[in-house]
Ligand binder design. Structure first.
Ligand code: ATP
Ligand code: SF4
Ligand code: MG
Length: 325
């Protein structure tokens, strides 16, 4: 069977103005990325702020057109028209339940909106569907007539999940769905998302800057840096057999005693580069403890590793001979 979703050679370049009087310059947020999301898997997409995760998600959702490359659903390349029909099958859950819920609408109105937009069922069956879906996400029927401002952050994210699932989608794209929540509430929402995946046979793309959060749910992990997927690895291999120095730095940051703080600078030495002026060669070389002259001169190519791939000269049989020092 073809992958549920596939990206082929996707590039997205924005034009940005640097400073108040700066000239307009290109910023490549996603650079020639190819990626498969297989049916039933949870693909975790992890990387620091600005690496291109949300841009990738928006392209998959049809909210942004790629500059070049193809999006395939069930192996079929999509035009703009098909994307509208597919909106039913692919639903997003975004980070901020505060801004993504209309404050003037009741919870019943918010959750039933997708049914009303697509003209599914009459008013009574829509109300029943809302009640059933609220139950699925662990909210009592009485919240139907309340408003987002009367709910906690965790309850609001449950509402956003109910709204996404009421269309019975096959694929759910979660972009930092727990980042705005308290740590204790985060794990409840993660567990809920895991339960829902089993109950409805969902396929997830799960995005977070926090590897610990991704690792909790994912069956496969894709690591993003400066618009590239620099490694993709099955979760089983993540701790013992991942290969990229950046993946390893992220893992170390998860294993240090203060989880949830992202990537401590002590692991990576210096700040994330400006994507307008990416480093030459391997984009990670200024922060990589294994970098050689080759790394600043030439970008590594993707090579197969375990059942995924890695982009690093150390792991490319043709360039590894140049050594690590
Ligand atoms: P975060 O973890 O902070 O959400 P991200 O990995 O989701 O980050 P993106 O939002 O995809 O990153 O942004 C990738 C790069 O593209 C960033 O440098 C960002 O400033 C830039 N960018 C994103 N959207 C636009 C836009 N509409 N116009 C110009 N630049 C953009
Ligand atoms: Fe480090 Fe070089 Fe590998 Fe890049 S290619 S991750 S700089 S060793
Ligand atoms: Mg983002």
């Amino acid at each position: 069977t073809p992958p549920a979703l596939e990206l082929r050679n996707i590039t997205k370049t924005y034009t940005v103005k640097q400073g108040l009087i700066g000239k307009r310059r290109p910023l490549t947020a996603v650079r020639d990325v190819s990626l498969k999301l297989e049916k039933g898997e949870v693909l975790g997409l992890v990387g620091e702020s600005g690496c291109g995760k949300s841009t990738l998600a928006k392209i998959l959702l049809g909210l942004e057109p790629p500059t070049s490359g193809e999006v395939l659903v069930d192996g079929q390349a999509l035009g703009v028209q098909d994307r509208l029909a597919l909106a039913r099958r692919i639903q997003p859950i975004f980070q901020d339940p505060y801004s993504s819920l209309n404050p003037r609408k009741s919870i019943a109105d918010i959750v039933s909106l997708p049914l009303r937009i697509h003209g599914i069922g009459d008013a009574a069956s829509q109300q029943k569907a809302v009640r059933d879906m609220l139950d699925v996400v662990g909210l009592p029927p009485r919240v139907m007539n309340t408003f987002p401002s009367q709910m906690s952050g965790g309850q609001r994210q449950r509402v956003a999940i109910a709204r996404a699932l009421i269309m019975k989608p096959e694929i759910v794209i979660c972009d930092e769905p727990t980042s705005a929540l308290d740590v204790s509430v985060q794990s409840q929402i993660l567990n809920l998302l895991g339960d829902l995946r089993a109950e409805f046979g969902l396929t997830y793309l799960f995005i977070s800057h926090n590897l610990a959060v991704v690792e909790h749910l994912a069956t496969r992990v894709a690591v993003m840096y400066l618009g590239r997927i620099v490694e993709d690895v099955s979760s089983d291999d993540l701790f013992d057999a991942s290969a990229h120095p950046y993946t390893q730095a992220l893992l170390q940051s998860v294993l240090t005693p203060e989880p949830g703080l992202g990537v401590p600078d002590t692991q990576l030495g210096m700040a994330y580069p400006n994507p307008i002026d990416p480093p030459s060669g391997c984009g990670f070389h200024p922060r990589c403890r294994h970098a050689t002259n080759l790394c600043s001169a030439q970008a590594p190519r993707p090579v197969p590793h375990r059942d995924g791939h890695v982009e690093c000269h150390l792991h490319d049989p043709e360039t590894a001979m140049f050594g690590t020092d």
